[in-house]
Design a protein around this ligand. Structure first.
Ligand code: PEP
Ligand code: MN
Length: 340
């Protein structure tokens, strides 16, 4: 249930009204817009009589929320969520007119590889560095990532180049190892790992939540809701392609989910054209399309030697190709009123 208050309600009136609503046993989330205060009620609201609330002098309107996700719902929080990062005074953000580009290799393979890619993508204009240390691989015989050593290398790269780092957490009991990580990725395979989501709800770090390869938009939003229900509202949603029947691309990039998510949620939405297509030659066109469709950013795989990459080389851009893409995207971003 959503209660929109009339403009100019005093703090005292608001607190009394909130206390009155809480007596029904529901939690009240307050969202303060420029001219509007919205109260979002979470819990069993069937015990609340809409007409009685509507009759209150402070109330402008009352709406029932049909969707099962509440805190992630735009009705609860009409303004876009913006995530702010600050690495030693170097500021960056996701959402709010910034087109955030996250770039780096699929996996951390060595110190030299990661530092070299980090410097290249930073020079080209990336705002975040990605790299997997713990890799979810289909085959147990494939490279599984460098683990803790990979995390140390990422942290060193962050110190050297000043970019915030994004990397995947697979096990909820490994969270303490991620202290110096700036944004924790939940991979497609773990989107419905509810224990992991609950643990991330308890922590206060930004989470990059990737859509499961056969998950609906509602399931993605319910996964975000799990994290938000625990008190962590710093979430970025990432579309990375879903399973289809055709084999010309690795997955089907569902760009239509961008306007759909923008309508339903206040959380930022980014696109991963690398995993979505599986081929580096498709990454540029899909990146431009994502920007035009209203995405808040991109996550792109970049490797200094894609031919010899230990993971996902075929879909990885070279640093030069990435730099050329950013040049073009800057022009597109200007048309969309966004900044890279
Ligand atoms: C990744 O980003 O490295 C990754 C494994 O992605 P996904 O979970 O989308 O497959
Ligand atoms: Mn990958």
């Amino acid at each position: 249930m959503i209660i929109v208050l009339k403009p100019g309600v005093s703090d005292e009136d608001l607190n009394n009204f909130k206390a009155y609503i809480e007596k029904f046993g529901v939690k009240v989330d307050r969202s303060q817009g420029e001219n509007q205060t919205v109260l979002g009620l979470v819990g069993d609201t069937t015990v609340i009589n809409d007409d009685a609330i509507k009759a209150n002098r402070l109330v402008e309107k009352v709406m029932r929320v049909q969707e099962p996700y509440k805190r992630a719902n735009r009705m609860f929080h009409p303004l876009d969520t913006i995530l702010d990062f600050d690495i030693n005074g170097r500021k960056s953000k996701i959402g709010g007119g910034s087109f955030a580009v996250i770039a780096g290799p699929c996996s951390v393979e060595s110190r030299e590889q990661l530092i070299s890619v980090a410097n290249d993508v930073k020079k080209a204009g990336a705002m975040f560095l990605r790299g997997g240390a713990f890799k979810p691989r289909t085959s147990p015989y494939s490279f599984q990532g460098m683990g803790c050593q990979g995390l140390d290398i990422l942290v060193e790269a962050k110190k050297q180049c000043g970019l915030p780092i994004v990397t995947e957490l697979m096990e909820f009991n490994q969270l303490e190892l991620f202290e110096d990580v700036d944004m924790i990725q939940v991979g497609a395979r773990n989107m419905q790992n509810f224990n992991l989501l609950k643990e991330l709800g308890r922590c206060r770090k930004p989470v990059l939540l990737k859509r499961g390869m056969a998950s609906t938009m509602t399931e993605l939003l319910m996964a975000a809701e799990y994290i938000m229900a625990g008190g962590n509202d710093k979430i970025v949603l990432c579309e990375r392609g879903i399973r289809g029947f055709d084999t010309f691309s690795r997955n089907i990039l569902d760009l239509a989910i961008i306007p759909a998510l923008k309508k339903k949620t206040h959380l930022p939405v980014i696109i991963d054209p690398s995993h979505a297509t599986g081929y580096s030659w498709m990454v540029s066109s899909m990146s431009k399309a994502a920007l035009a469709a209203g995405a808040d950013g991109l996550m792109i795989e970049v490797h200094n030697d894609p031919e010899h990459a230990l993971c996902d080389g075929e879909q990885s851009l070279t640093p030069d190709a990435f730099a050329s893409l950013i040049e073009v995207l800057r022009k597109y971003a200007a048309i969309e009123g966004k900044v890279i």
